[in-house]
Every structure is written in structure tokens, then in C-alpha cells.
Design a binder for this molecule. Structure first.
Ligand code: HEM
Length: 184
């Protein structure tokens, strides 16, 4: 059986190349756009964290809220939840703790690895990417991770890709609306 990272690398590349992600990585997101993204991340982390986490340092809800509040003080926004986010959240809510673990690997490792580069370029303090006891937090996931998770992790990547697609479309439509992004 292929190692998990290898078995999910095609989808990782696909997610990495999504235009919204590329703009984020290049530091090109406006505050409103990043705020919209944070609102989606919040829904997902709340759903996962209600089920459970292998280590308390992984908890993201309060960190994401801190970033959201920081940006809300600066730009006008909606608390809009995208259809793709709702679909992923509904799916996550149907899972047991054992079943949600591949999604913890996917969404928390994303912040720990790619996220450390994002932290420097996003238009907020980047609390979401800060982990106390980072080593222990990573270890708690690594200790559980199984190559058998590949299919479920790839399913999570598909949800994430849909979310990035919808984010880009929504941002484009908002960008056309009067005043959107001017303050950001
Ligand atoms: C511009 C966007 C992204 C960049 C630049 C990026 C970059 C990276 C890097 C450099 C690593 C470490 C690879 C290594 O150990 O050799 C990594 C790992 C990882 N990334 Fe990303 N990433 C991005 C987006 C994402 C997204 C959107 C997700 C999922 C939603 C994700 C999930 C993961 C996971 C699960 C790992 C851990 C793989 C493992 O070591 O088992 N990444 N990423």
C-alpha cells in the first residue's frame, strides 16, 4: 500500500493550485476575501472539534475567531457560508471520532505545514496558524495516521477543492459589487 502522503499527493497538488489558494499564497487576498475564507474554516473546525481532537493544542475555533474579529473591526463583511462548506460540514457531522480522524489529518496538517508559509502573507495576524506545542500536536496526528485513510483524505480534498472553487467565484461576484474590497 502506498504511503498516505503519496496516495493523496495528486489531490494536494490540485488543491494547492486552486486560484484562490494561489492568490492567498502570493499575499494577494483582500481582507474581505480572507475573512470569507476564515468564516468557512470556522464552520469546519467547529464541526470537527465538537466530535473531538487527539490533542488540545490542535483546537482552532478560538484562534480563527480571533482572526475573524480582528478583520471584522476593519472591513464590512457577511457571515456567508458557502454551499460547498455546508456540504463538507454536514458530512463531517455524520462521522464518529474514529471516522473524522482522516479529516483532522487533512485540515490540521494543512495549517501546520502549508500554513506556516501562509501566516506571513495573509491580511491578518494569522492566529489560525499558531500552535502552542506544535511538535506534540503533530505527533498526536502522526501517531494515529494510517495509509488506509487515503480514500477518506482524498474525499476531504475533493470537498476542499470545491470550497476553493466556490470561494473564487463568490469573490469575483462580490468584487463586481460596488465598494467590495475597496477598504481591504
Ligand atoms: C498554497 C497552498 C499550499 C501549500 C503551499 C502547501 C504546502 C505544503 C507543504 C510544503 C507541505 C509539507 C510537505 C513535505 O513534508 O514535504 C504540506 C503538507 C501537507 N499539506 Fe499542504 N499546502 C497547501 C495547501 C494545502 C491544502 C489546501 C490542504 C488541505 C486542505 C493541504 C494539506 C496538507 C497535508 C495533509 C499535508 C501533510 C502531508 C504529510 O506529511 O503527511 N495543503 N503542504
Amino acid at each position: 500500500m502506498q504511503p498516505l502522503k503519496e496516495a493523496t499527493s495528486i489531490k494536494h497538488n490540485q488543491a494547492e493550485r486552486m486560484p484562490f489558494n494561489v492568490r492567498m499564497f502570493k499575499g494577494l487576498l483582500k481582507k474581505n476575501e480572507y475573512l470569507l475564507y476564515l468564516n468557512q474554516q470556522l464552520q469546519l473546525f467547529q464541526a470537527i472539534e465538537k466530535i473531538g481532537l487527539p490533542h488540545s493544542s490542535l483546537k482552532r475555533t478560538e484562534k480563527v475567531l480571533a482572526d475573524i474579529n480582528e478583520l471584522k473591526a476593519k472591513v464590512h463583511t457577511t457571515d456567508f457560508i458557502l454551499k460547498s462548506t455546508q456540504q463538507y460540514v454536514d458530512y463531517v457531522k455524520s462521522l464518529t471520532y474514529e471516522q473524522v480522524l482522516p479529516h483532522i489529518y487533512l485540515n490540521y496538517m494543512a495549517l501546520i505545514f502549508g500554513g506556516q508559509m501562509m501566516k506571513k502573507v495573509v491580511p491578518s495576524s494569522g492566529n489560525m496558524y499558531i500552535f502552542e506545542n506544535m511538535q506534540e500536536a503533530v505527533q498526536s496526528i502522526r501517531a494515529l495516521q494510517k495509509d488506509e485513510w487515503a480514500e477518506e483524505v482524498n474525499k476531504g480534498f475533493d470537498y476542499a477543492i470545491l470550497m476553493f472553487e466556490e470561494l473564487e467565484v463568490y469573490c469575483a461576484s462580490l468584487g463586481e459589487a460596488k465598494n467590495f474590497g475597496k477598504a481591504g
